[in-house]
Design a protein. Structure first.
Length: 132
């Protein structure tokens, strides 16, 4: 029963939905998420903890950074939920996606080294196409 409540809590906040949208296609660290979402790192970290407790995130430590990506077994479910609730077409998520592209282009020159293990995983099969 607790797992279901944790899952519901992970999806019950707009910021957490935005984070899930961003990490379903790319592994990101907290500082990258904070830049993209235009929020303090401490707030993003708090939201990440709620999502992690629900078991929705895979993580990888790289030096002092931790990168997060949506657990592959939840990609289809969350995409379907987003389509059902018409979340994926939101202007907020589109803005987040644009800022993510810009932020990731700066990754090589930033403090974040980038993930190694999660970098190639897109949907569990290695192809990015199936994760929309």
């Amino acid at each position: 029963m607790n797992e279901l409540v944790d899952f519901g809590q992970a999806l019950a906040d707009e910021t957490r939905v935005r984070i899930l949208h961003l990490v379903k296609g790319e592994a990101l660290c907290v500082c990258e998420l904070a830049d993209i979402l235009r929020m303090p790192q401490s707030s993003v970290s708090s939201h990440i903890q709620v999502i992690k407790r629900a078991g929705l995130l895979a993580s990888e430590r790289c030096e002092k950074w931790i990168y997060y990506r949506l657990e592959t077994r939840y990609v289809r479910l969350l995409v379907a939920l987003g389509e059902f609730f018409n979340v994926a077409k939101g202007a907020v998520l589109a803005g987040d996606s644009r800022r993510a592209v810009i932020r990731l282009a700066e990754r090589a020159e930033s403090c974040c080294p980038g993930p190694k293990r999660l970098a190639g995983r897109r949907n569990g099969r290695g192809d990015e196409k199936a994760v929309r």
